[in-house]
Design a protein. Structure first.
Length: 149
């Protein structure tokens, strides 16, 4: 799917968001679910290269950076040029994987980002919301159609 969708560039590189600092995915999940106290550090996009020996969906989940345990992935990936976004998560009946071409033009993605930027509550990530709002405000106005999703 990563090859077919155009996620990888000619060097097999792409972006993956990882928690800032030395926090694992499990630590981040724990801290995100705390009603008070220290919150998880924000995620930062990191440039990585896909190696032949990687098992992202299986053993990668056990790394605690790409999921909660082996075979239970949970991560996002983006093409270096932002032309493709791939999401992977563990659902009730299996692993859910989807790819969005040109996510910056997807009506569904934009609606979600608008909701996220306005979200309120104790678990709201104010810094990420502020960055999202700035990005949305800086977009050139124009129609967004379902054919772009």
């Amino acid at each position: 799917m990563a090859v077919r969708s155009g996620l990888l560039d000619h060097r097999r590189e792409f972006l993956v968001p990882l928690p800032h600092g030395a926090h694992t995915h499990q630590v981040v999940l724990h801290r995100q679910n705390q009603p008070y106290g220290p919150r998880a550090a924000p995620e930062v996009w990191n440039r990585v290269r896909l190696l032949d020996r990687w098992d992202i969906m299986g053993r990668g989940g056990a790394s605690a950076f790409l999921g909660i345990r082996a075979g239970h992935p949970g991560f996002g990936m983006m093409a270096i040029d932002s032309s493709v976004y791939v999401s992977c998560s563990t659902g009730e009946a299996g692993v859910d994987v989807w790819a969005v071409a040109h996510p910056a033009r997807s009506e569904n993605i934009l609606q979600y980002l608008e909701w996220f930027a306005r979200r309120d509550g104790p678990r709201a990530d104010r810094e990420s919301q502020k960055q999202t709002a700035v990005w949305l405000a800086g977009r050139a106005p124009g129609p967004v159609g379902r054919s772009d999703a």
